[in-house]
Design a protein around this ligand. Structure first.
Ligand SMILES: [Zn+2]
Length: 242
């Protein structure tokens, strides 16, 4: 497109171009769940497979006197950030925004109108529905390209995208139950039991569940040793009878 030649400048500086416009910072902000607003409030964005949920929060204690105004101000400030984030993250499908509850009908209308206004600047077709009794606003956004998260990230290999892993106490208790279950099957036969597991689980057992372990050893009439496996996933363990 030669006619746009005058719009293009060849960048030759030493400083990376991304740094000049703080692109890396903006990207990392757009991959975070929690985004702070200037007023001290914040929004939390959860991008699920079929739904994007955005929660607006005041973040700090506000006096009762001007509470309603602070809430309105925070909601309005959040709207600009939400519209910006929807564009930069390239969110698509159904979007639900949970605004901070507003008492006044006029405030609710103002927020809804501001949201409609803000998304009208969006190049992707975005529709804002009405506000529900609980203060939720439903929107739809038509997206043509994959979202930023899809482009830059993949599901966490450690938790397989669940976003959670079991607590050490949960795994330790699973081990204890399995010890009781399995040891019973071998009757009186004397054996050595070795539990192979992640270092954190073994540490947890020795540091906080020593009594439980002792109780189980007594109950099954066998001693139990823990062997640390550096390559194991936190949730992974195996019980050997040797
Ligand atoms: Zn994970």
């Amino acid at each position: 497109m030669p006619k746009y030649k005058q719009n293009v400048i060849f960048y030759e500086e030493k400083k990376p171009l991304f740094d000049l416009y703080e692109i890396d910072m903006e990207i990392s902000r757009s991959l975070d769940r929690k985004i702070w607003l200037k007023s001290g409030g914040y929004i939390v964005i959860d991008e699920a497979e079929a739904l994007v949920v955005i929660d607006v929060n005041t973040g700090r204690f506000v006096g009762k006197k001007d509470l309603e105004d602070t809430i309105l101000k925070t909601n309005l400030e959040a709207i600009r950030e939400i519209a910006h984030q929807l564009r930069i993250r390239n969110c698509g499908g159904i979007i639900i925004v949970d605004f901070i509850d507003m008492e006044k009908e006029s405030h609710r209308e103002k927020v809804l109108e501001a949201m409609r206004d803000e998304v009208s600047k969006d190049r992707a077709r975005t529709h804002v529905m009405s506000m529900s009794q609980l203060g939720l606003v439903e929107m739809t956004r038509k997206r043509t390209r994959p979202s930023l998260i899809r482009i830059l990230c993949e599901p966490c290999s450690y938790c397989e995208g669940k976003g959670y892993i079991k607590r050490k106490s949960t795994i330790a208790n699973e081990v204890f139950r399995e010890l009781e279950r399995d040891a019973g099957q071998f009757g009186n036969k004397k054996q050595n039991i070795v539990v192979h597991c992640h270092a954190d689980v073994a540490d947890w057992v020795y540091e906080t569940e020593g009594d439980t372990l002792e109780h189980i050893e007594k109950k099954i009439g066998q001693s139990v040793a823990f062997k640390i496996e550096p390559t194991y996933h936190l949730e992974q363990y195996e019980i050997f009878f040797v």
